[in-house]
Design a protein around this ligand. Structure first.
Ligand SMILES: [Zn+2]
Length: 176
């Protein structure tokens, strides 16, 4: 049996609490986990609180997402959501894959840049969440793929990320 992912919502109108379980491919994407039905208790749809579990990224999710323009893991900051240490190999495989859509590969390139940014220490501050070895590893991987910065769409990379990451890659900031 495949793993299920919980989701809940609480009705603002009557306080009714609902829970359901989603399959991985439903739980992963913003549009598929949308809960549109009316409250079964009062017949109104007015959500006070809602929450949901999100599956970890895997190669299946990456492939499904990467080939479908309409699917998003999250409407906002998808690059930041994807920028997890555990995802590095998946992100690299995806950004290299000609099977995936240009826009999705561009998002993956942005996520890799977020990883470099997140793990680049600021000043002398010791932050246990900042791992310079992660930044170094991803920087080296990106340096092997400099053509992607011409090939893909770099508008997905936020300016504040570029300011830190581009100098590390040897890309002149004037080219931003
Ligand atoms: Zn209700």
């Amino acid at each position: 049996m495949s793993e299920k992912y919980w989701q809940y919502r609480t009705c603002k109108n009557c306080g009714f609490e609902e829970q359901r379980e989603n399959e991985k491919l439903v739980a992963a994407f913003e549009s598929t986990r949308k809960w549109e039905s009316m409250c079964p208790n009062c017949g109104v749809k007015n959500v006070e609180r809602a929450g949901w579990a999100i599956p970890d990224l895997d190669s299946e999710l990456l492939r499904v997402w990467g080939k479908d323009e309409s699917l998003q893991f999250d409407q906002q900051d998808e690059d930041i959501l994807l920028a997890e240490e555990d995802n590095i190999e998946l992100l690299l495989n995806g950004v290299d894959s000609k099977e995936l859509l240009h826009s999705k590969r561009s998002t993956l390139l942005a996520a890799l840049c977020v990883l470099v940014y997140d793990h680049t220490p600021e000043g002398d501050e010791e932050d246990p969440d900042v791992k310079p070895e992660i930044s170094a590893k991803v920087t080296a991987e990106l340096k092997d793929r400099m053509h992607l910065f011409n090939e893909l769409d770099t508008v997905y990379i936020s300016e504040y990320i570029k300011e830190v990451v581009y100098p590390r890659l040897g890309i002149p900031l004037a080219n931003m």
